[in-house]
Ligand binder design. Structure first.
Ligand SMILES: *Cc1c(COP(=O)(O)O)cnc(C)c1O
Length: 385
């Protein structure tokens, strides 16, 4: 049999490789601490689990869900946008339920790019932006990012011939993995650029709720004219410790939302309605669970940043996200340093080059490990250095 050529061009999924290494070491009895993957260790709050327990017993929920999401879920998403950001979206036309935002982001390519087209992706970012393009036999142009420009992707440097074939520009702040946040002025420039070049701006807002030090992350739809060119992705995964539940939503420009909906109508039949009912409880219920979680991550962030600086690794304390992005020591690469930490300290960190070309020279450390294990990991890293 012959598989599609685009599959041969897919880089192996970064986290799958790291998981394999970890499993091999654990099988040998090594106590490996993973600071690799961004998967919250804290449980889903009780009131959300309780809502699910009730919802699962309702026979109506056992049938096929509404393709675009249940009316109750879409209304809750619209209410969240209004209450949090002062943004009005029409729950019927401008909101779409997703089976996790990874699903929506990956399928956005099917709705927008043809073979040979370009997508513009941050040169340090979520691997699905470029992976989705490869699966469509399309190309990715990586927009440069650096510490000097605050890790704000430089779209103004994209060459004209690439722009002519580009359909989507992906951005996501607060940014995984750098922890960078985008000022409003940058978002406004990005919107103006996408309008000028007839691009869809796909804004990945997975970390909007995970903010520290009083910072408040915006929705891009707060910005003027955003509705003309933006689709925004929100996920319950990080905000409510629901990564395993697979529930998210897209909202924004109606044409973009509807195009993504058309792809999904033909590929999936929506998310289990009981999960959507639980998500309604998450979005409309008490939000102190989110504040508590942020306090936990902030404490861990400070612990990691202090320890890294003490051993001479340069890093910023991020204002948002669940990651610390640290420069590797002189003479090391992302890969060599991550390997050294795995082999000598039995600690997994993610090599920065796995997030794109400009990630070289950095590693990403997740804050999703309980405090005692995080402290132990930091102690081991200190010993190794
Ligand atoms: C975790 C994450 C998501 C969310 O993915 P889900 O599929 O909703 O779990 C999206 N984008 C980025 C950058 C992430 O880190």
């Amino acid at each position: 049999m012959r598989t599609a050529q685009c599959l041969d061009r897919m880089a192996p999924y970064l986290f799958a490789q790291i998981d394999a290494k970890r499993d091999a070491m654990r099988a040998r009895g090594v106590d490996v601490i993973s600071l690799g993957i961004g998967d919250p260790d804290l449980p889903t709050p009780d009131h959300i689990v309780d809502a699910m327990a009730e919802a699962i017993r309702r026979p109506a929920n056992h049938q096929y869900p509404d393709y675009a999401g249940s009316p109750a879920y879409r209304a809750a998403c619209a209410a969240y946008m209004r209450d949090r950001f002062g943004v009005e979206v029409d729950p019927d036309r401008e909101v779409l339920a997703l089976i996790g935002s990874k699903e929506g982001i990956a399928h956005l390519h099917t709705a927008f790019v043809d073979p040979g087209d370009y997508v513009l992706a941050p040169s340090i970012g979520y691997p699905v932006y470029s992976g989705g393009a490869t699966l469509q036999s399309a190309n990715t142009w990586f927009m440069p990012m650096s510490e000097e420009n605050g890790f704000l992707a430089d779209f103004e440097s994209v060459p004209a011939d690439v722009l002519a074939k580009a359909k989507i520009m992906f951005l996501g702040y607060p940014n995984n993995p750098t922890g960078a946040c985008a000022p409003d002025e940058y978002l406004d420039r990005a919107i103006a650029f996408c309008l000028e070049h007839d691009l869809l701006l796909a804004y990945d807002n997975a970390y909007v709720d995970i903010c520290y030090d009083g910072y408040r992350a915006p929705s891009i739809l707060e910005r003027p004219r955003a509705r003309e060119c933006c689709i925004e992705f929100f996920s319950l995964s990080k905000s409510y410790n629901m990564t395993g539940w697979r529930i998210a939503f897209a909202c924004g420009n109606e044409r973009a939302v509807q195009a993504l909906g058309t792809v999904k109508n033909n590929l999936d039949s929506g998310q289990f309605t009981a999960i959507q009912d639980a998500a309604v409880a998450a979005l409309t219920g008490p939000q102190d669970c989110v504040a508590d979680m942020c306090a936990t991550y902030q404490r861990r962030r400070d612990l990691v940043v202090d320890a890294l600086r003490a051993i001479g690794l340069a890093c910023e304390a991020p204002k948002a996200t669940i990651y610390v992005w640290a420069k590797v020591p002189e003479g090391e690469t992302s890969e060599s340093f991550a390997t050294k930490l795995l082999e000598q300290a039995h600690v997994i960190v993610t090599p920065g080059n796995g997030y794109g070309p400009d990630g070289e020279g950095y590693v990403r450390i997740s804050l999703t490990t309980p405090d005692d294990r995080l402290l132990e990991a930091v102690r081991r890293i200190r010993e190794t250095m």
